[in-house]
Design a protein around this ligand. Structure first.
Ligand code: FA5
Length: 345
């Protein structure tokens, strides 16, 4: 029987010695420092490889394999020991006299969608079921898309109806979602129908029905023939589906340079049932949903021939619709971030 070389004896002894050290580790911390000492980058086992030059050439391959095997054996022993120690910790906790498995866990506080998101999602569901695209256009807009393309040149008094936050770049924060109308006309081939919900910004004094940052939903339908009847029908469908009750609405002529004819659609105030309150400025009615037939100049700006194509559009005050659905008396509560208010929904 040939005698084992010294290095082989040393490695065999190493297996026994490391196993004993692992068994002696009585905490996760001491096991971890043992692991670093044995297997870490500067650990004792990887360091054995540095001795290869002193091993006779014909033994070097076997030596390398033996060191690798030692490394694997010690790593497996450490893992097994770690499992035993963790199980011991769990057992200790379960056996602790003060531990009561029957006590319920502390209930987690779950968040929920903001009412604006809920109503917006309902509106999107209604319109997608009618074949509308749902689009998302930028909040920072060009003067062209927000005003000029909509038949509102620089000198036009309608610009003052929407006080504007201007950026130093000459861009602006969109004052209404109508800024997406001409973008949509360029994006889609007529005929098409789309809604584009979003946040809009106006530099104006706030009160119970006016915020500087609020939400609108624009609707746009382009086809060869569209009618005011179809527009008003769609608006009624929308309101009764969202408010889930019969509500009184009234239609008045309304002036917007980008529609002709234009309408103002008001809703009977749902906060005070029409009695008069701060939400409706004591009028009993709230302006909610202006709309009309797309002006030929806007169709032209969108690359459409007004002799061939027509359109209707609406600009729903989403924040006010949320107020009407839930009876919220002040629009500023919606974006105010007060959890006492928001947790009611
Ligand atoms: C517009 O913004 C037009 N772009 C709407 C439009 C679209 C007309 C397409 C015709 C065709 P107006 O400024 O009235 O219009 O705003 C539309 C709705 O947004 C209002 O009826 C109201 O419900 C809501 N709204 C307006 N200003 C505020 C505000 N400061 N705070 C909260 N809601 C507002």
């Amino acid at each position: 029987m040939s005698e084992l070389p010294d290095w082989q004896i040393e490695i065999d002894q190493g297996v026994v010695r490391w196993q004993a050290d692992v068994d002696a580790a009585d905490s996760l911390e001491s096991l971890r420092s043992l692991e670093v000492r044995a297997l870490g980058k500067a650990g004792e086992i990887p360091a054995l490889m540095k001795r290869i030059p002193q091993i006779p050439p014909q033994d070097r391959k076997s030596f390398g394999q033996a060191v690798n095997a030692l490394q694997g054996t010690v790593a497996a022993a450490i893992e097994a020991r770690r499992l035993v120690l963790v199980e011991g910790l769990i057992d200790a906790e379960l056996n602790d006299a003060t531990f009561d498995a029957a006590v319920g866990a502390v209930p987690l506080k779950l968040g929920h969608p903001h009412p604006l998101s809920t109503v917006q999602a309902d509106i999107e569901a209604i319109f997608t079921s009618m074949g509308f695209h749902v689009l998302d256009y930028p909040e920072i807009e060009s003067e062209f898309d927000n005003f000029e393309a909509l038949n509102i040149p620089g000198w036009h008094p309608a610009r003052e109806m929407q006080d504007t936050f201007w950026l130093e770049s000459g861009h602006l924060l969109r004052t209404h979602t109508s800024s997406g109308q001409v973008r949509a006309m360029h994006q889609f081939k007529a005929p098409f129908r789309a809604i584009f919900p979003g946040k809009v910004f106006r530099y104006e004094a706030t009160d119970a029905s006016h915020e500087h940052t609020f939400h609108q939903v624009e609707g746009l339908m382009i086809d060869r023939k569209v009618t005011v009847g179809h527009l008003l029908d769609s608006m009624r469908t929308l309101l009764s589906a969202i408010l889930q009750r019969e509500v009184e609405i009234r239609l008045r002529p309304g002036y917007f340079p980008f529609v002709e004819p234009g309408f103002e659609l008001d809703i009977r105030c749902q906060v005070c049932a029409g009695e008069g309150c701060s939400a409706c400025k004591r009028r009993g009615w709230l302006e909610l949903l202006p709309c009309g037939l797309v002006h030929p100049n806007v169709l032209r700006a969108g690359g459409l021939d007004p002799d061939e194509w027509q359109g209707w559009a609406f600009g729903l005050g989403l924040s006010r619709l949320v107020m009407m659905r839930y009876g919220v008396p002040d629009v500023r509560l919606l974006m105010g971030g007060d959890l006492r208010f928001l947790s009611q929904f």
